[in-house]
Design a protein around this ligand. Structure first.
Ligand code: MSP
Length: 531
């Protein structure tokens, strides 16, 4: 099977923060999960570099928009490896190939009379780079940027989006997985129950020059969304590259709810007008909030991913965001909760299990994975095998449907069961009685085998920790090529494999000693207190 999964392309008017990191970690995890399922996977991210916001940010710094875009785009690109995020393609909307494709598409849609010239006035939010309706405002402000929109009246080009409204409603209704979770599908359908307006897709060069010129009128540049959304096509070689034919049919986009409308309404209608099939699935998540407010540059309450990685390590950061947020709902960032997760779920439950099991294999079996004696298996053993097999199927189902926190809960149920398995079997007691030698070896095999499967399923979530586990179990090469099909069943560990001691997975954090990262605004306030 084939998978094509994308993140939004991020604006280069701000450095990456935890909100951008979350979407990109989710996408990377899903991409690694599909690889684990044996798929041929393409994962794309990148930067959105045109538009008013970027032009103004560059002006404020006294440099050209391109110089500005180069700098911030690079900081996105270099943030991802630090989070073990490995995209196959990093696209920039200033790439010449992208610009050429956007112009070809504009010309095609214009030639078929789906773009026309007219006058418009409306309420424009610069933060969103789009016109808002009265209904969307909260106390006269844009709900995301907490600023009033500006009234703008000008002549522009328009895309006949309204023409495709009935088709879109029908498409959403007949493809239940098109927009998930369901709440967002309902939100879009409710929006579509009112007549859809046509979409203004240009900006006059008298107001903005930092954009792609319209091929049929050089007094205008393209509206940033008509440029940005097309990245999903140009990144795989639209219109006639071999990768386009291979990946487009299975395209899945991951976004937060702030850009639902452009992805669920503008984008499918644009594709329809172009004569291209709609994407397969749109996955929409909620916001990371700090003190109940969306984390964002304009509000100034951002947490930097690099800072979190430095304090807690990359695997803890990935685990924390996937476990803490129910995909689709908002979540709150708090340092206390990260520390709690690291100490309890990672250091205590998983880390202790791992080191106890390895120490016992070292002590009682000379670091060699022993033979499991089938005839000596009892109900406890069968329960553990059943639980592991059940976990793999639940894990698979939940990862496929973006329920990462539930997938992890299933894994942790088995970790809890393994910890109880050790206590109930008490290998240290079995070791005292030579008549129990075979039973002891069976118990130790069960521990090694369960840990192998835990490492396998954690690989998409915590690639570094999973590799450490595999190394310790003598299975580093096996894990590299493992899939759920060839390694996701009980009984694959080979007796005779040598264990490597000395790997600590997760250190405990001393809450009192740890410096916790504070949202930037708070730091500034703190300074004042001392004076
Ligand atoms: N450039 C457009 C997207 C074009 S895609 C064709 C854009 N860029 S953005 O830099 O503002 O990124 C928005 C995305 O960043 C969100 O949809 C989400 O993926 C991520 N997030 C930014 N802040 C976030 C939170 N506070 N919480 C969760 N995700 C957040 O919009």
């Amino acid at each position: 099977m084939t998978t094509y999964i994308t993140t939004p392309i991020y604006y280069v008017n701000a450095m990456p923060h935890l909100g951008h990191a979350y979407t990109t970690i989710v996408t990377d995890t899903y991409s690694r999960f599909r690889t684990l399922c044996g798929d041929d996977v393409r994962f794309q991210t990148g930067t959105d570099e045109h538009g008013e916001k970027i032009a103004q940010a560059a002006e404020a710094e006294g440099i050209s928009p391109k110089e500005y875009a180069d700098r911030i785009s690079e900081s996105f690109r270099s943030t991802w490896p630090a989070l073990t995020i490995s995209p196959n393609n990093f696209i920039r909307t200033t790439d010449p190939q992208h610009i050429k494709t956007v112009q070809q598409i504009l010309q095609q849609v214009y030639d078929q009379d789906d773009i026309y010239f007219s006058e418009y006035s409306g309420l424009y939010c610069q933060g969103c780079e789009r016109f808002l309706t009265e209904k969307e405002l909260v106390d006269g402000n844009c709900p995301d940027h907490q600023k009033p929109p500006t009234e703008i009246a000008e002549q522009n080009y328009f895309f006949r989006m309204s023409k495709y409204q009935d088709w879109l409603i029908e498409h959403i209704k007949s493809n239940p997985e098109f927009i998930t979770p369901e709440r967002y599908k309902n939100e879009v359908l409710s929006f579509l129950s009112e007549p859809l307006e046509d979409l203004c897709i240009s900006r006059p060069t008298s107001r903005l020059t930092w954009g792609i010129p319209l091929p049929f009128d050089d007094n205008f540049v393209t509206y940033v969304w008509f440029d940005a959304l097309i990245n999903y096509l140009t990144g795989i070689g639209f219109p006639d590259g071999p990768d386009f034919n291979k990946y487009w049919d299975v395209a899945e986009h991951v976004i937060a709810k702030d850009i639902l409308k452009p992805h669920a309404i503008f984008w499918p209608t644009m594709l329809k007008a172009m004569g291209v099939k709609p994407y397969k699935r749109l996955h929409v998540h909620g916001y990371w909030n700090v003190n109940e407010t969306k984390m964002s540059k304009s509000i100034g309450n951002v947490i930097r991913p690099a800072e979190l990685v430095e304090l807690y390590g990359v695997d803890t950061v990935r685990y924390f965001v996937l476990k803490e947020m129910s995909f689709g709902l908002d979540a709150s960032f708090s340092s206390e909760v990260i520390i709690e997760r690291q100490n309890s779920d990672l250091a205590n439950d998983l880390g202790n299990l791992f080191s106890r099991a390895l120490t016992m294999i070292g002590k009682y079996a000379d670091n060699i994975v022993p033979e499991p004696y089938k005839g000596l298996q009892n109900d406890l053993d069968r329960d553990l095998i059943n639980a592991v097999e059940h976990m793999i199927s639940e894990y698979r189902h939940n990862m496929e449907s973006f329920n990462f926190n539930r997938a992890l809960q299933e894994v942790w149920k088995v970790i809890g069961m393994m910890n109880r398995f050790i206590v109930t079997n008490a290998p240290w007691e079995l070791a005292k009685d030579p008549a129990q030698e075979k039973r002891l070896m069976t118990v130790l095999y069960f521990l090694a085998e369960s840990l192998r499967i835990i490492a396998l399923v954690l690989k998409p979530v915590m690639p570094t920790a999973a590799t450490k586990m595999a190394k310790a179990l003598g299975l580093e090469d096996e894990l590299k090529n493992a899939t759920l099909a060839n390694a996701g069943q009980w009984g694959i560990s080979k007796p005779g494999t040598t264990i490597v001691q000395g790997q600590q997975l997760f250190p405990r954090i001393d809450k009192k000693k740890k410096n916790v990262p504070q949202p930037q605004q708070k730091k500034a306030n703190k300074k004042k207190k001392k004076e």
